[in-house]
Design a protein around this ligand. Structure first.
Ligand code: UD1
Ligand code: MG
Length: 460
């Protein structure tokens, strides 16, 4: 999908006061990705000639998140029309050089918008009779505070009226403004300049641009899109709604791609989760960012996985936690109550119960016994544990890093390993067992006699 004669303006300078947050609204996340990233990605797939992001002066963090996108600063939040005007000079050369036909204006707080919808708007504007403006419309169950789209008998758009400025009759209109517009690039400058502040909020409303265009004889039209693309995030409740919609989309895509989700509603994915074919994901599994799962993998119930790569045929969980930097080799098994961080687990290796493996390299087919712990941190720095191919680490072993266990080596259960172990060696790092024949019987007799003496004393 490529529309090179299109430029875009993304408005994100608003305060977002309804979020009650220290963080700029567009840096809040849905499925692990910021709102602004979704909008910029949806636009990027359209290959516009240029995208300008409009920010307030104190939004350095947003500029960083959008790195590479040119920014225009709106000095004060005087309304959406004022914000769009702030971006105009950054597009003036494209317009003067006749290099674009359309300018898309998109809000930074509308993360679910699809590229196909943006393309349909551009196509809708160019269709004869060519329109000055196309507005993306929607029909929410409760139109509430949304601007209403006032259409003429011919179905063409006449004006957008903000709810606060609408008459009772206008407020009954179900067709609402989503905020997205496609505007004839050649008209943009003059239309924006003509917007005033004669309204309930005393702001420059971008929505007034439609009445301005109509007054100049330019036809305007509405393109409609499904509601679940147009949720505008203004509050935490909206954020949760956007998250729910995005999760439904991601789960559907995972299943479409050949994964079985036993109970999809309890699986939480990130926007970037990659899932192969014939993957089975049990109930209550959470994927943070940066997870890639190859084919034939089984993720059992109650796992938390982030920043991990899992190769073909591996089995993970139930109750496993994989943290960033984890690489699980093909056919490896990671079982219950195992936490892995910054570690490579070789092909066919097993860590099935109650372990912490951090900053480690575990060779192919190695067996990590229950309760094995890598001591990777001394309070100052992290150090590496290396375990060779086919090594066998007995239960309840403590591996004090930096330490290397050779290929095929055995570690006796209950060992504290503080030195390197050679290939094929057996290391036993625990106190010697001492046996005292008959001693238990003597102790029992002694203790019983003491108890009887105490009882007598109390009665006497
Ligand atoms: C706006 C529309 C309304 C529409 C609704 C859809 C106007 C006047 N109203 O209302 O018709 O139904 O969106 O969600 O356009 N922004 C700036 N600078 C400003 C003000 C806002 O950059 O001075 C940005 C915000 O960061 C935000 C976007 O513009 O990304 C929309 O602003 P918001 O305050 O959310 O507008 P709504 O009240 O939702
Ligand atoms: Mg809004």
């Amino acid at each position: 999908m490529s529309s090179e004669r299109v430029a875009a303006i993304v408005l994100a300078a608003g305060k977002g006061t309804r979020m009650k947050s220290e963080r700029p609204k567009v840096l809040h996340r849905v499925a692990g990705r910021t709102l602004i990233r979704y909008v910029l990605d949806a636009l990027a797939r359209l290959s516009p000639a240029r995208t300008i992001l409009v920010l307030a002066p104190d939004m350095e963090a947003v500029a960083q998140e959008a790195a590479g996108t040119p920014v225009a600063i709106q000095p004060a939040p005087l309304g959406t029309g004022h914000a769009a005007l702030a971006a105009y000079p950054a597009l003036a050369d494209l317009i003067a050089g006749d290099r674009i036909d359309d300018v898309l204006v998109v809000f930074g707080d509308t993360p679910l918008l699809a590229t196909a919808t943006l393309a349909a708007m551009v196509e809708g504007r160019r269709r004869a009779p060519e329109a000055g403006i196309v507005v993306l419309g929607m029909r929410p169950a409760e139109p509430g505070a949304y601007g209403r789209l006032v259409c003429g008998k011919d179905g063409m758009l006449e004006a957008i009226v903000e709810a606060k400025d609408a008459t009772a009759a206008q407020r009954r209109i179900g067709l609402c403004n989503s905020g997205v517009m496609a505007i004839d690039a050649r008209q943009l400058g003059a239309l924006l300049a003509a917007i005033g502040t004669d309204n309930a909020k005393g702001e420059y409303y971008l929505t007034d641009i439609v009445a301005v265009a109509r007054a100049r004889g330019l036809p305007c039209r509405v393109v409609e899109a499904p509601l679940d693309e147009l949720v505008g995030v203004n509050s935490r409740a909206d954020l949760a709604e956007a998250e729910a919609i995005m999760q439904r989309r991601l789960r559907a895509a995972a299943m479409e791609g050949g994964a079985t989700l036993t109970d999809p509603a309890t699986v939480f994915l990130s926007a970037d989760t990659v899932i192969g074919r014939d993957v089975t994901i049990g109930p209550f599994v959470n994927f943070g960012p940066g997870v890639a799962i190859a084919n034939g993998v089984e993720i059992r119930a109650f796992c938390d996985i982030a920043g991990a790569r899992i190769a073909d045929g591996a089995i993970v969980g139930p109750f496993a936690r994989l943290r960033p930097g984890t690489e699980i080799g093909a056919d490896a098994h990671v079982g219950n109550f195992v936490e892995i961080k910054q570690a490579v687990i070789g092909r066919g290796a097993k860590a099935n119960h109650l372990s912490y493996i951090g900053d480690a390299e575990i060779g192919a087919a190695a067996n990590i016994g229950a309760g094995t712990i890598t001591c990777n941190y001394d309070g100052f720095s992290k150090t590496l544990t290396r375990i060779g191919e086919g090594a066998f680490i007995g239960s309840n072993t403590v591996l004090v890093a930096p330490v290397t266990v050779g290929t095929g080596a055995y570690i006796a259960a209950g060992s504290a390993i503080t030195r390197d172990v050679a290939d094929d060696a057996l290391a036993i790092g625990r106190a010697q067992q001492i046996d005292k024949p008959g001693r238990a019987k003597i102790i029992r007799k002694m203790k019983t006699a003491e108890k009887l003496a105490r009882q007598k004393k109390v009665q006497g």
